[in-house]
Design a protein around this ligand. Structure first.
Ligand SMILES: [Zn+2]
Ligand SMILES: [Zn+2]
Length: 400
């Protein structure tokens, strides 16, 4: 494919949150200059000459949707051929596995085993690598962390530390050159291109300043990282293929193409859909100035990870959504089940009033079409008793 070249000039928009939240991070607080309220900041980002605008954007404390022009140095990505060949192999294997499946050359048990692996390893991604290790949206006792790590390893999407590292960079620098799968570089890049292209220098730079100390202190995370290659061979290839081969006499190569390549690539592309489709096609009820969207199809396929506009606005919410029932958010159901066992605890979520206020201020209006908070924050003008006090203070200050 043609190498990606980023635009020399980009315009980014941001509708910043002004809500105080119950996130369990250890970031320093500072006073909002406009409201005087204490607010969480995720951290001070060192700036360079070429990244001033990106850094400013991510430290934006304004209440408004600001538009900032950024000048970025041209960058030409190179293909990383080993990664490209690996993607070519697994996607070719996907086609072979699918052909075996649709021509009914696969035993029923093998098919059910593949479905089970897709679902279970998917929970390892959503409840483990994503909501637990990337976002710290809840806490898990070691038996659950061990179980989630076992399941996550089966999916074969790199080690959890690396996965969470890139995902934190993605959230922190979303839609900038520092975003590993920046959706502004197009669908293909956001979906799979980023996996086999050299990363933008900004990605490399920002990876170095994202705090990963919590995961470095987690022995389960670090052990999986240390022994990832043998674990990959064992749990991504050997176990999925050899179980049907030994237990119900499936043909070896059928098991290989279906239980390894077809399964692996299916899970991989579902995860990729969150980075591509869920950043492009859908509504933006919580912040219309960012690319992530609410997408039901992705939510179903990715077990609750398609409510992506909400998730980017409130990434500490363990439900990754506001309204999603268990039907469209199976991962939340799984975490809640483990909470009943006492293995999951300190599940963080966002108060309804905070969500409603944020949606009223920054959303595209679609949230109000469907939920009980419809028009809750609508105001008729200055003097309306529903006008938020911080808005009143800002208006008064502006007049002086
Ligand atoms: Zn996330
Ligand atoms: Zn995203």
């Amino acid at each position: 494919m043609a190498p990606n070249v980023s635009d020399s000039t980009a315009t980014v928009a941001r509708c910043a949150a002004d809500e105080t939240v119950n996130a369990d991070d250890h970031a320093p607080s500072s006073a909002d200059p406009r409201t005087g309220r204490s607010r969480k900041r995720i951290g001070t980002i060192p700036t360079t000459t070429t990244t001033t605008t990106i850094s400013d954007r991510n430290n934006n404390t304004s209440n408004d949707c600001d538009y900032v022009a950024a000048s970025e140095a041209p960058f030409r990505a190179q293909i990383r051929w080993p990664d490209f060949m690996a993607q070519l192999f697994v996607h070719t294997g996907f086609v072979i596995g699918l052909a075996l499946l649709v021509t009914l050359q696969v035993k029923l048990y093998t098919f059910l085993w593949t479905l089970l692996l897709v679902w279970a390893s998917g929970i390892g991604i959503t409840a483990g690598a994503h909501r637990l290790w990337s976002h710290k949206s809840y806490k898990a006792r070691w038996p659950l962390r061990l179980l989630l790590m076992f399941l996550f390893t089966i999916c074969g999407q790199r080690d959890a530390y690396t996965w969470a590292h890139d995902h934190r960079v993605h959230h922190k620098y979303s839609e900038t050159d520092a975003d590993p799968h920046n959706a502004k570089r197009g669908f293909f890049f956001a979906h799979v291109g980023w996996v086999f292209l050299t990363p933008h220098p900004e990605v490399v730079a920002k990876r170095k300043i994202i705090d990963m100390s919590d995961l470095e202190a987690d022995p389960i995370v670090m052990a999986q990282r240390r022994y990832y290659i043998p674990l990959f061979a064992l749990l991504v290839i050997a176990m999925p293929v050899l179980v049907p081969y030994y237990y119900w006499d499936e043909r070896f190569w059928v098991a290989f193409w279906v239980c390894f390549t077809l399964r692996f690539t299916t899970t991989l592309n579902i995860a990729f859909f969150v980075n591509s489709v869920a950043h492009m096609f859908g509504n933006r009820p919580y912040d219309k100035s960012i690319s992530p969207v609410e997408n039901l199809a992705v939510a179903i396929a990715a077990m609750g990870e398609g409510w992506h506009n909400y998730h980017h606005v409130f990434p500490w919410d363990y439900k990754t959504s506001e309204l999603g029932s268990y039907v469209f958010n199976i991962t939340t159901a799984v975490i809640d089940c483990f909470a009943r066992l006492g293995w999951a605890y300190e599940r963080k979520s966002v108060p309804a009033e905070v969500i409603a206020r944020r949606a009223a201020k920054c959303g595209d209006g679609t949230r109000f079409l469907t939920d009980e908070y419809a028009h809750q924050d609508a105001v008729w003008g200055y003097g309306d008793h529903d006008l938020p006090p911080e808005d009143v203070a800002a208006i008064v200050q502006e007049q002086q």
